[in-house]
Design a protein around this ligand. Sequence first.
Ligand SMILES: [Zn+2]
Length: 73
Amino acid sequence: MNDRCFVEQIATNDILLHVTNVCSMCYAFLEEGANIYYDMHHYRYLCESCKEELASQMNEECEIESDDVGLFV
Ligand SMILES: [Zn+2]
């Protein structure tokens, strides 16, 4: 887990109105007061489940490592 790759925030009305009100990956609606996660490497907000999924694919540098591409190239 590389939780430090994300900034945990509470979805405020301000964020929802001016930045985004949907998760950038699954497009789920973000509700006011929900925990949301700012992906510092990709400049986007994610819901908690997408953050978890992405974090599990990231290396120490917060880069997304793919386990099914490039292994045998
Ligand atoms: Zn999501």
